[in-house]
Design a protein around this ligand. Structure first.
Ligand code: HMG
Ligand code: MG
Length: 300
């Protein structure tokens, strides 16, 4: 990928919806995904094959994947916590798999009922099936900048877990500010440590929650360090049910606007993202509250 090209990895249908109390109909989720593809997004994280008790909003994962109208050139990754989830994902025709663990023990325990080491053990057979099927894969390292249960998280812990998931053979590692506490200096510290440890920037993505309004500043810091992949959610929805205090993801429309002003290529149409953002806001029954969602784009 060229230095001036950025990948926008859309997490709205998964992270954006997983914490919503009001059930969003499968049909509306499918329409949202179609609008995101219309906007030019080429990576759309569709759902999670987790326990329906853990995340009731995504209990329709099997049905949703069966109803998906797949566009050529678009990847639809899904979250998988264990072998059971992998079997469901394969049966539903998933071709891109996301594992998820974290840099702090109590978060992994609350989120998936495992220690970090147990999560690696659970992922090994999942990755064997990823390799068998020639699927694309990523792993999330959550709480990389702070943990809702433990507080501070060291960059050494982030590097250690990132190296472990890389050794499992994932294509990409997404570094998560799960509760949105990082500022640019934290990004320089943590991403600096990952790069220093020899992880290539092309294998990293950043996943910022905008809980405290620092996500765009954090993107700028990561861009300066050579990172060219960012997770974002159209409409700015999002949060993890097991991360108290986590608010919305960085909004895709805010990210697109920033990248436009930076003169970076991304292949996504702002108007299309805004159409998807308006649609999902209506479906969840909340007004669109993102900055660019309210102000719109700008051309002189
Ligand atoms: P558990 O209760 O510890 O384990 O859950 P279990 O194996 O005893 O399973 C409990 C029940 O779930 C059993 O059913 C299993 O059959 C069933 P029961 O006997 O009670 O009827 N089960 C499953 N059902 C469907 N699909 C499966 C599955 N596995 C077990 N795959 C488990 C362990 C991992 C399943 C659970 O804790 C879980 O599903 N957790 C998911 C939590 C989650 O999705 N969190 C949000 C995503 S992470 C995130 O948002 C952060 C991120 O955005 C990055 C960032 O912001 O940093 C990615
Ligand atoms: Mg998240």
């Amino acid at each position: 990928m060229a230095e001036r090209e950025v990948r926008i990895y859309e997490v709205g249908p998964r992270d954006g919806l997983q914490n919503e109390q009001r059930a969003v109909p499968t049909e509306a989720k499918l329409r949202f995904i179609a609008l995101l593809a219309d906007a030019g997004l080429r990576e759309i994280e569709a759902t999670s094959f987790v326990s329906p008790k853990a995340v009731p909003q995504l209990a329709d994962a099997d049905e949703l994947m069966r109803g998906l109208e797949r566009r050529p050139g678009v990847r639809y990754p899904v979250l998988v916590p264990n072998e059971r989830g992998m079997s469901r994902a394969l049966e539903a025709g998933a071709d891109a798999i996301c594992l998820f663990t974290a840099a702090s023990e109590p978060f992994v325990q609350h989120n998936i009922g495992m220690s970090i080491a147990e999560s690696m053990t659970a992922f090994a057979p999942v990755m064997a099936r990823v390799r068998e099927g020639g699927l694309w894969s990523r792993a999330y390292v959550s709480t990389a900048f702070g943990c809702p249960y433990q507080g501070e998280v060291s960059e050494a812990a982030v590097v250690g877990v990132a190296e472990e998931v890389m050794q499992l053979g994932v294509d990409e590692v997404s570094i998560g500010d799960t509760i949105g506490v990082a500022g640019p200096a934290d990004v320089r510290r943590v991403v600096g440590a990952l790069l220093h440890a020899g992880i290539p920037p092309q294998r990293l993505a950043m996943h910022f929650h905008d809980t405290r309004g620092t996500a765009l500043a954090n993107v700028t810091a990561a861009l300066e360090l050579g990172i060219r992949a960012f997770d974002a959610s159209s409409g700015g929805t999002g949060g993890c049910p097991y991360a108290p205090g986590a608010a919305g993801n960085l909004a895709t429309e805010d990210l697109v606007y920033l990248l436009e002003r930076e003169g970076l290529a991304h292949g996504v149409a702002l108007e299309g993202v805004l159409a998807a953002a308006r649609f999902i806001s209506e479906a969840i029954g909340r007004p669109l509250a993102t900055k660019v969602g309210q102000a719109g784009g700008w051309t002189a």
